[in-house]
Design a protein around this ligand. Structure first.
Ligand SMILES: [Zn+2]
Length: 478
């Protein structure tokens, strides 16, 4: 019998994010990640023009936000769109990490397709679910059967099958054996994989980096990847066009503490809740400067999940150095009935809840984590001077630039001093070239990059330029 191993790439090809990689080894079919492509979605949709759940899976298939493949999608969504339900034809989805561009479109997949992810990744997906509204585009852990009629609102959601792993575990999916190996990225619980196929090992990097706090995890991955002597490697290439920079998490710490130290007014910072290293950086700064770190109820959901994960060494949201900022809602009087969201309600009785009015009395004693979308709270926090640390990436598209300009208007209005302090979650070009040279795959498939052509210059193996939806055969080299 001739054995065949095939790779087909959907989304995340020649763009940053949206990976959905179909790997077929004879009768075994799996997906590596099943993410949302922000670029593809942004071509047609925006804030007030969105794909309709009233059309089942139709808007997503028609506008090619997801590939039209048989045997992978939810019965309810297919039927709602007027198609017949299909038996699932893939045996699993292996998730590299919890970022939306890798995980969110699991939302559309058939309930009987099991999802494999890291333990911490699952915790993170739970935190994301806890503090966000149900949407057809992010029903990763569970979903509500559509359409939802009024008398069915309270019906419990349908849970997906999850299998979690840690480094050193081995995942068996039919004929495939998959080794997950931790990597460093801007989110905890991120993995790269060695997939043992009938044609030899295929390595998938997921998203990773060398310049973060846990470079040794990425080193472990590289080590195992090269030992496996891979026939092929699928690699991210987000920053292949950036040779090298001096960015690091330590650099974010240095720049931030230098600016916050001596600030007699309010200190405000913004960073991504999913980035536990960044949280740790600012928590450390707050403690060293004897300030309380003020976080939102949304942020508390993440912290509590991280805290349970002993390896992460993150404090609980009720830690003595942390306060929870109670937002003004409905009556504006902070009474309990003003809050409808369960994730806020269940935390209203925490001993460390504060209001902006308390912070205004002694602003220098606080460091407030405040996201741009909640900038209207600046009106209550009355900063009149002070510092704002933007610990996120700089805008890289038109939409982000519009928000960025608006953000700067708020910063200037409240006379805040703006400081940019960030380091990326993605490997730099020079580090990536070094990684590829070390691993020495016989074939290289660059994805998750807007500059695949830059890989062509590499003098390693066979570099395959990937086209969306095209099938590539991986053959054992003799
Ligand atoms: Zn990522």
């Amino acid at each position: 019998m001739i054995k065949l191993v095939k790779l087909t790439f959907y989304g995340g090809v020649n763009e940053i994010g949206g990976n959905k990689i179909l790997l077929e080894d004879n009768d075994t079919k799996i997906f590596l990640d099943f993410g949302m492509s922000f670029k593809r979605r942004g071509m047609f949709f925006e804030e007030y023009l969105t794909p309709r759940s009233a059309n089942g899976i139709g808007d997503f298939l028609t506008m090619q936000l997801i590939p039209d493949i048989k045997g992978i999608y939810r019965d309810d969504l297919l039927e709602h769109y007027g198609r017949k339900p299909e038996e699932p034809e893939i045996q699993g989805v292996v998730l590299s990490h919890a970022h939306a561009d890798h995980a969110n479109y699991v939302s559309f997949l058939h309930k009987d397709i099991p999802i494999y992810c890291g333990e911490t990744c699952k915790h993170l997906l739970e935190a994301i679910e806890e503090q966000s509204q149900r949407s057809i585009e992010s029903e990763v852990l569970n979903y509500k059967k559509r359409p939802i009629y009024k008398n069915e609102y309270r019906n419990p959601p349908i849970k997906r099958i999850f299998h979690t792993f840690r480094t050193d575990d081995k995942i068996k999916i039919d004929s495939l054996e998959i080794e997950p190996i931790h990597v460093d990225h801007s989110v905890p619980g991120a993995y790269g994989f060695i997939i043992h196929t009938s044609q030899g090992p295929i390595v998938y990097t997921g998203d990773l980096r060398m310049h973060g706090l846990h470079a040794e995890m990425t080193e472990d991955f590289i080590e195992k990847a090269l030992e496996s002597k891979p026939v092929a490697m699928i690699t991210e290439g987000t920053r292949i066009d950036v040779g090298t920079t001096n960015e690091s998490e330590q650099g974010v710490y240095n720049e931030s503490i230098k600016n916050i130290k001596g600030n007699k007014k309010l200190s405000i910072v913004d960073f991504n809740f999913k980035d536990v290293d960044r949280f740790t950086t600012f928590y450390k700064i707050a403690r060293q400067l004897d300030k309380k770190l003020v976080i939102s109820f949304k942020h508390a959901c993440f912290l509590e999940k991280y805290h349970k994960d002993k390896k992460l060494k993150v404090p609980d949201s009720r830690d003595e150095n942390i306060l929870l900022l109670k937002p003004k809602r409905l009556t504006g009087t902070y009474i309990n009935e003003d809050y409808n969201e369960w994730y806020i309600k269940k935390r209203l009785n925490y001993p460390n809840v504060v209001t902006a009015e308390e912070i205004v009395k002694k602003p220098s004693q606080y460091m407030v984590v405040l996201n741009f979308y909640y900038f209207n709270q600046l009106i209550d926090l009355k900063p009149n001077g002070g510092i704002y640390i933007h610990s996120l990436s700089e805008p890289f598209n038109e939409e982000m630039e519009i928000s960025y300009d608006r953000m700067m208007n708020w910063i200037n209005f409240f006379k805040l001093r703006f400081v940019q302090a960030h380091c990326s979650g993605h490997i730099l070009g020079d580090d990536l070239r070094e990684l590829i040279r070390k691993v020495k795959p016989l074939e290289l498939y660059p994805i998750h990059t807007e500059h695949p052509e830059l890989f062509k210059k590499l003098e390693v193996g066979n570099i395959r330029m990937v086209e969306e939806g095209k099938e590539y055969q991986v053959l054992k080299k003799i």
